[in-house]
Design a protein around this ligand. Structure first.
Ligand code: SF4
Ligand code: SF4
Length: 421
């Protein structure tokens, strides 16, 4: 199986394999047993709760806790255009993406499919519980959930209120309670430093399987206490980053991803919806907006300029709005790309080291160095040092026949592209 992932076969065999690696075929791989963990060590995620954060954010990096919000604009955006599931509304483009990512998906698919089945099993068990759940003291239950999450291997959990405005229309009827638990799992460090590559892509997919399994175990812990608790799948049923920011797990980076203080966006996220009475966390100002404004490595290094250099208001939130039409074709064709994750100093060094260097020198750690900002480009096998970017053909940037709806309405919802369902 590993031999199948060699880059030569991957690129030579791609035209044939993209015709047969359809989601309907990949779903049949579920019974294949996993490779021993010893053989998967290069892609497995970091296990266990993160240590307490020691960080003194300097005044000049501070902005707002969480993210800038305009509540009235958020309300208007929700009422005039509620959010739809990107995958259901982009079924054909997502099918095209999956078939191009075959070399990473096939080795991980059996585990992902079993984790998906586990999530469905947990949902069925959750619905047997009373919709109200037992009354308990919320601080002790919350402490138990955090302790159990760490034992299971989750890096961090945070608690935020359920917010219909950030749920996809297609999944709202699956709500079981007023609380969202966000689970964070730190993805394999070494693999991420090799983005984009088959290894880094497999590590990302492996991280999804691992967190799906861990979150299911955490949900079962709550079900065992008499509560309802369901887990979202790898494709998401909501804007998970919204919940993660509200739960104080990090802040939104210019790369459009959640930057956690200890691993940047080198994380996989999943949410649990529950009726358990848990204490809510709150948004935090970690100084990440200030770091991003002094850094902009992801903006400079994206091969298709999909990351704007400045924030703008979008649906009541001030953010750097990723250009999905430019990004998604590159993710499909360049081993998941993720250069914007790889070149992020918060991902590579952790925020405490970045802040310490900024305090001492006024500079962003690693900025402009090949170690941080250089990458190997899988489409031509060349290394691109800071200041250099690959030249991409129109065929790669805008693959013929691939249409991406950035405001999906659900009209294309034929579930062809929903691989793990
Ligand atoms: S994944 Fe690649 S193409 Fe997409 S925004 Fe990041 S660097 Fe750009
Ligand atoms: S690379 Fe720099 S600008 Fe981009 S998200 Fe990371 S810290 Fe922010």
């Amino acid at each position: 199986m590993l031999a199948l992932t060699s880059s030569s076969l991957e690129h030579v065999g791609r035209p044939v394999i993209v015709r047969i690696a359809r989601p309907s075929i990949i779903r049949r791989l579920r019974p294949i047993p996993p490779l021993p963990k010893a053989l998967r060590g290069r892609t497995l995620s970091h296990r266990g709760a993160w240590p307490a954060l020691a960080l003194d954010v300097p005044e000049r990096l501070r902005t707002v806790p969480g993210i800038w919000r305009d509540p009235e604009a958020e309300r208007q955006a929700y009422e005039s255009a509620p959010l739809h599931d990107f995958i259901s509304g982009n079924s054909r483009a997502i099918t095209w993406l999956y078939t191009h990512m075959w070399s990473a998906i096939i080795p991980v698919a059996p585990r992902l499919l079993r984790a998906r089945a586990l999530i469905e099993q947990v949902e069925a068990e959750a619905l047997l519980q009373n919709p109200r759940g037992p009354a308990v003291e919320s601080s002790s239950l919350t402490a138990e959930v955090r302790r159990r999450a760490g034992e299971i291997g989750v890096s961090a959990v945070g608690v935020a209120p359920y917010d219909e405005r950030y749920e996809f229309v297609e999944f709202r009827d699956r709500k079981v309670g007023e609380t969202i638990i966000v689970c964070v799992l730190e993805q394999n460090y070494d693999s991420t430093q090799h983005c984009p590559s088959g290894r880094s892509e497999r590590a990302a997919l492996s991280g999804y399987e691992e967190i799906m399994t861990m979150a299911s175990e955490l949900a079962r812990f709550l079900i065992g206490r008499g509560y309802r608790a369901t887990v979202t799948g790898p494709e998401g049923q909501n804007i998970t980053i919204h919940y993660a920011v509200e739960a104080g797990l990090g802040q939104l980076g210019l790369n459009g991803q959640l930057l956690t203080p200890l691993a940047g966006s080198r994380c996989r996220l999943l949410t649990i919806n529950t009726n358990a009475p848990l204490e809510r966390d709150h948004p935090v100002d970690y100084g990440i907006h200030g770091v991003c404004d002094a850094c902009k490595a992801c903006v400079r290094r994206c091969p298709v300029s999909a990351i704007p250099g400045r924030r703008q208001w979008y649906r009541g939130v001030l953010k750097s709005k990723l250009n999905t039409k430019r990004c998604l074709p590159i993710v499909a064709q360049a081993n998941g790309c993720s250069i914007c994750m790889k070149v992020c100093p918060v991902q590579k060094y952790g925020l405490p080291a970045v802040v310490e260097e900024f305090e001492r020198t006024g500079m962003i750690k690693g900025r402009g160095t090949d170690d941080l900002e250089g990458f190997d480009w899988p489409l031509d096998g060349r290394h691109y040092a800071p200041g250099k970017l690959p030249k991409l053909s129109l065929q790669v940037r805008e693959p013929p026949g691939v249409v991406i709806h950035t405001h999906p309405s659900g009209d294309e919802n034929d579930v062809v592209g929903r691989l793990w369902s």
